[in-house]
Design a protein around this ligand. Structure first.
Ligand SMILES: Nc1ncnc2c1ncn2[C@@H]1O[C@H](COP(=O)(O)OP(=O)(O)OP(=O)(O)O)[C@@H](O)[C@H]1O
Ligand SMILES: [Mg+2]
Length: 1137
């Protein structure tokens, strides 16, 4: 169900000022403030929208909002600019009424933004399609282009429109946009050459310098630095929140969308650059012979660059800045320009250049957005024109702008009153006139053709003789003196003679929006808007297509001596056309209000708003609106909204809406003078009545809500109860079912038991009977079987007898046949044997014959040869077999293939030996010299000890290391090492056995090529040195001990102390080495090594016998030496396992 809403719902303050109660300026402002504080920036006065500038972006312009306001009635939702746009668009589309949207307000109040919002809304709700979208896009994109060239930062507004704009958007019968036409009014061109403090030139200059690429700037002969250009004010060149560079790109893009060709854009930028260059041209005086000063261009560089940009001959322009040609009838007089005049000419040229460029841009855009179809169009005009301006110093521009605003105010008054009046007439309501201030009198003061200010200014400008601003003021003082709204100090009206707020060079007009003081200085010049003909001709001569177009009057072929219309007249004419245009359309008003002077959000400056409310005549607007009826509403929505207040109309009224409303009003007893019935609407005179209705509606809604709530609650409880009841029935049904099921199952099982017993009994009974029956049957069968058996056996016996008889016959027959067959076989065999004997005898006979015949062919020694051959073959086979089954090359491998023939026994053993020797040789061949020596030593050890000493087998696997102490490397033995001259062949720690107690003392045993040394183990001090020739022999035991005695030659120097009895773990190695070296050193055959378990050792004078015995287990595992007596040392050696 669609929810019907109204602007009266959730209102903050009142959404429509007409409903304000009581109505006063204070309550009006308070309402505005209240709504503004709640971000409600729009308020209605009837169908007029008041728009407060929020100075911040509000979330009320989203696509959702557009959808919300689309196709809704004006008063249906809270006030919004979209409601106005929708109303205008729908009456244009559906009722075929041309519309105009008049947006007024002072500078910075938000007119341009409002116009853009209206356009964007219409663009969003109108038809879609490729062509339509292109038109929309072009219409919307015309804004950034015009804003760049026509807007500037002022103290009041950072994006102030410095021209008036009226745009007609044309639609077809479906409401799809076809195109548009833009009209521009009076660009503030003085800004091009000079900007007031805190303001800057038109945006495009800054955008070009900030946003153009280096390349473009180079082409345009420009530099990025603003300070290089006299026409650009520097103090506010950068504007907060304005990105000139990005905007430049937007503008270029927009120009492309609108349809500007690339060369056109380039021409436009060249013109902009030319204006900047023009500002940099400076002049200096040059004295002439007649005593006057003539101006000359100071630095010609800028002039040159500008001429290059525009394709103008430099000398022509230079001359135009120095001379002025005046043509009168057939005469041509050339006068020189002084410096001031030259500057005036330069600035005039710059202003003209720029303003003509702007006008050209507008017409170029119009060309692009022109509606193509020739059919009748519906038109929606949007007017965004400069607001009323009251500055400290007001000049011609303000005068013109304020004149325009006067005209708009007039049209506003006229149209609102007319519309109101027309509505009453349309609805058949009686109408009484209302008093309001009509500003027609002020318009007349300005525009009257005979004695209006503009007419007077024109007259003054065209008058021969000296014309100055003062003469113009004098004229005003005479002619307008009596006018109520004209004030001047020197007028004939004595009232102002003493008014010091009125300077002599000024006049004041009481506009509808307040008094404005105008300084006359510049009025005549600005109205004349003169550009010296020499300059326009110089421009026309330019080799630049656009410039040529802009200065058509420079064409010498079309010299027109008639003066062009003055600026004032031009403006008056165009305003007149505009007003006539607007009067043919249905007006929609947006009155913009600026909440503060600081461009700040959330600040509401009451005095400022009050001033605007006053001069915009908003209070009067409300009064006019209320003078008749404050509120009106069509019968249907009215009945829909209030029908619940009367029982007869609630909930449905079947008859016509009007009658329903009449019944309703009668039922509510609203006094008859409080309302009137129109044809389609009810008119409510007083807001109080409306509020009364609203209050009743609110109460009624509350009651209705309570009723609905009550019914809903009752319904909810009942539904719950019914649900519970239903549930209970279900639960009990389920329970009963369960109980019955259970009982049924019990009965069933009992029945089954009883049944089974009965059936069992019956079955058993039946079984018994069946068994009896079966037994009877079996008895019968048995008897019959026996009977049949007897019968069968008798038959069998008979048959057997018969068969036996038959068999006997067969056997006898078979014997007979057999005897016959054997006899035959014997005969056949005999015959075959005979045949074979004959064949053998025949073969022998044949063989004998053949041998006898061939014997002569065999040699006598064939048998020997065959024997040799056979032997050879056997040998060959044997060797080849041996080759493939050879054992490995390891000398310890004992494998050898088995002998195949006994006669090969000797060969086989011999081959095995040879092979072993050969592989041993191969093995030895791999040895290095060192290893060879080691093995030789090992071999020698074996020769000495093998099978002689029990220690020997354990030494075989131990390598002979020699230097166990690493004497040369170990720093501990450094001293000892240095004491030995020869190379140490063996170094080891041995025990020197003390003969006194048989205990051992550790000694270092060193063996060199020449001697044996014994040294202290700790200190390394040499204790004994025995030259090898002094060693007579060595004695060792046969057992596994390490004892050995070095016996010294008797009578040698070493023998003085006696022999050495030592023990070592490396006995075998020591003795072997001694044996080898001892021989060479002593130059004798070999050193004697005695191996016996008893030997004598010479200790000084005594000979002691050392005896080795096999020790029992009590001796443990170590060898022990004990002195038994003076002559016997007993060494017990543990038994080796
Ligand atoms: N509806 C809005 N929402 C947000 N900001 C707004 C709105 N209307 C106006 N403004 C702000 O106020 C500034 C001035 O608005 P705008 O340019 O429309 O003023 P104007 O009435 O056209 O002034 P001028 O007469 O100088 O051209 C805008 O630049 C914008 O910052
Ligand atoms: Mg504007």
């Amino acid at each position: 169900m669609e929810v019907k809403t109204s602007l009266l719902d959730n209102m903050i303050g009142v959404g429509d000022m007409v409903l304000l109660e009581p109505l006063s300026e204070d309550s009006f402002l308070e309402n505005l403030r209240k709504r503004f504080d709640h971000s409600e920036i729009y308020t209605y006065i009837g169908s007029v929208v008041i728009s407060m500038n929020p100075y911040r972006s509000l979330p009320i312009f989203t696509p959702d909002k557009v959808e919300e306001y689309r196709n809704r009635n004006f008063y249906e939702l809270s006030p919004h600019i979209y409601a106005l746009a929708d109303e205008a668009y729908r009456s244009l589309r559906d009722q075929d009424k041309d519309q105009c949207i008049l947006i007024t307000g002072e500078s910075g109040a938000g007119k341009t933004e409002a116009s853009k919002l209206v356009m964007s809304y219409v663009a969003a709700v109108c038809g879609k399609g490729q062509e339509v979208n292109k038109v929309k896009e072009q219409l919307l994109q015309s804004n950034p282009v015009l804003e760049a060239f026509g807007n500037a930062k002022t103290v009041r507004n950072d994006n102030s429109s410095r021209f008036g704009k009226y745009m007609d958007i044309e639609f077809d019968f479906k409401g799809d946009p076809l195109g548009g036409v833009i009209s521009n009014y009076l660009l503030e061109k003085s800004r091009v050459v000079k900007q007031p403090r805190g303001e800057r030139n038109f945006h495009v200059f800054y955008q070009l310098l900030s946003g153009a690429s280096d390349d473009t700037l180079k082409k345009l002969k420009l530099e990025r630095d603003f300070s290089k250009y006299n026409y650009l004010s520097l103090d506010s060149a950068a504007v907060n929140g304005l990105d000139d560079a990005a905007n430049f790109r937007t503008v270029r893009n927009a120009m492309q969308i609108v349809g500007f060709m690339e060369d056109e854009v380039q021409s436009v930028l060249e013109l902009v650059a030319a204006v900047l260059k023009l500002g940099n041209i400076e002049f200096k005086p040059e004295s002439r012979c007649n005593g006057t000063d003539e101006s000359r261009v100071k630095d010609k560089n800028d002039l040159k660059e500008m001429c290059e940009l525009l394709g103008i001959e430099q000398s022509v322009l230079e001359r135009a800045f120095s001379y002025r040609t005046v043509e009168a009838k057939l005469e041509k007089v050339s006068t020189t320009l002084n410096v001031a005049q030259a500057y005036y000419a330069r600035d005039a040229l710059a202003k003209n250049l720029y303003s003509r460029l702007f006008t050209w841009l507008v017409s170029r855009i119009n060309e692009s957005i022109k509606a193509q179809a020739k059919t009748r169009h519906k038109v929606m005009g949007v007017l965004d024109i400069y607001g009323f301006e009251i500055f400290e110093d007001n000049s011609f521009e303000q005068f013109i702008i304020n004149y325009c605003n006067e005209k708009l105010q007039q049209i506003f008054i006229e149209l609102t009153l007319r519309e109101e009046q027309e509505e009453y007439v349309r609805e058949g309501i009686e109408w009484t006139n209302i008093e309001y201030f009509n500003n027609a009198i002020i318009c007349d003061l300005i525009e009257n053709n005979q004695n209006g200010i503009l007419a007077m200014l024109d007259e003054e400008c065209l008058r021969p003789g000296t014309v100055t601003d003062e003469t113009f003021l004098d004229k005003l003082n005479t002619i307008c003196a009596e006018h109520q709204h004209f004030e001047s100090r020197l007028s004939k009206n004595s009232k102002f003679l003493t008014d010091h707020s009125l300077p002599h060079s000024c006049f004041r007009i009481q506009h509808y929006a307040g008094k404005v003081l105008y300084r006359v200085e510049g009025f005549v010049d600005k109205n004349n808007d003169l550009l010296y003909r020499d300059l326009s001709q110089a421009m026309y001569k330019a080799n630049h297509s656009l410039i040529k177009q802009l200065f058509p009057e420079g064409n010498p072929a079309k010299v027109n001596l008639k003066r062009p219309p003055t600026a004032g007249t031009q403006f008056k004419t165009s305003v007149g056309t505009l007003m006539r245009n607007l009067q043919t359309k249905n007006p929609n008003y947006i009155r913009c209000i600026k909440p503060n002077d600081k461009k700040a959000s959330h600040i509401f400056t009451e005095s400022l708003v009050c001033h605007q409310v006053r001069y915009l005549g908003l209070m009067e607007n409300v009064r006019v609106r209320r003078a008749g009826y404050a509120f009106r509403q069509a019968y249907e929505p009215c009945l829909e909204r209030y029908k619940m207040l009367c029982k007869k109309t609630w909930p449905h009224w079947r008859g016509p809406a009007r009658e329903g409303v009449e019944v309703l009003m009668a039922d509510l007893q609203v006094p008859a003078e409080e309302f009137s019935y129109g044809r389609s609407k009810i008119f409510i005179r007083n807001p109080r009545t409306l509020f009364f209705l609203e209050e009743r509606r609110r109460q009624c809604l509350q009651d209705l809500a309570a009723l609905i709530q009550k019914i809903y609650r009752g319904w909810k409880c009942r539904s719950r109860f019914l649900l519970m009841k239903k549930s209970q029935v279900v639960v009990s049904a389920w329970y009963r079912r369960y109980a019955q099921q259970k009982k049924y199952k019990q009965v069933k099982s009992a029945t089954t038991v009883v049944q089974s017993y009965t059936r069992g009994w019956q079955a058993r009974k039946l079984l018994r009977e069946l068994k009896y029956q079966k037994r009877c049957e079996e008895a019968v069968t048995t008897i019959s079987a026996f009977w049949h058996g007897t019968q069968a056996r008798m038959e069998l016996r008979r048959l057997k007898q018969e068969a036996r008889n038959k068999h006997a016959v067969t056997v006898i027959w078979a014997y007979w046949q057999g005897t016959k067959a054997r006899r035959e076989l014997r005969r056949l065999k005999e015959e075959a044997r005979r045949k074979h004997a004959v064949a053998v005898i025949w073969a022998f006979w044949q063989g004998l014959k053949v041998r006898r015949e061939y014997r002569k062919f065999f040699r006598a020694n064939a048998g020997k040869k065959i024997y040799e051959f056979t032997i050879q073959r056997i040998m060959q086979k044997y060797f080849l077999g041996l080759k493939s089954s050879m054992p490995s090359m390891s000398p310890i491998d004992r494998k050898w293939p088995a002998r195949p023939y006994r006669f090969l026994d000797g060969v086989h053993t011999e081959l095995r030996r040879i092979f072993h020797l050969w592989r041993c040789k191969k093995y030895r061949g791999q040895f290095t010299e060192e290893r060879k020596a080691v093995y030789e030593e090992k071999l020698e050890a074996s020769e000495i000890f093998k099978d002689k000493k029990a220690l020997y087998p354990s030494s075989v696997s131990q390598p002979f290391k020699g230097d166990y102490l690493e004497i040369s490397k170990n720093p501990k033995y450094q001293k000892l090492n240095s004491a030995v001259d020869e190379k140490v062949l063996l170094a080891d720690v041995v025990n020197k056995i003390n003969r006194a107690n048989g205990k051992g003392t550790a000694r270092i045993f060193l063996l060199t090529k020449k001697s044996v040394l014994l040294a202290d183990q700790k200190t390394g001090q040499v204790k004994a040195s025995v030259p090898l020739p002094d060693v007579a022999s060595v004695s060792v035991s046969t057992q596994s001990d390490g004892f050995f005695a070095l016996k010294l030659k008797e009578g040698s120097a070493s023998a003085v102390k006696g022999d050495f009895l030592l023990s070592s773990e490396h006995l075998i190695e020591i003795i072997t080495k001694l044996h080898r070296i001892g021989a060479t050193a002593a130059d004798r055959e070999q050193l004697n090594v005695d191996i016996s378990d008893e030997f004598l050792v010479q200790f000084k004078q005594d000979k002691v016998c050392v005896k080795f015995i096999q020790g029992g287990p009590k001796n443990g595992s170590s060898v022990s030496c004990k002195r038994k007596n003076n002559r016997l040392l007993e060494v017990s050696v543990p038994t080796t396992a």
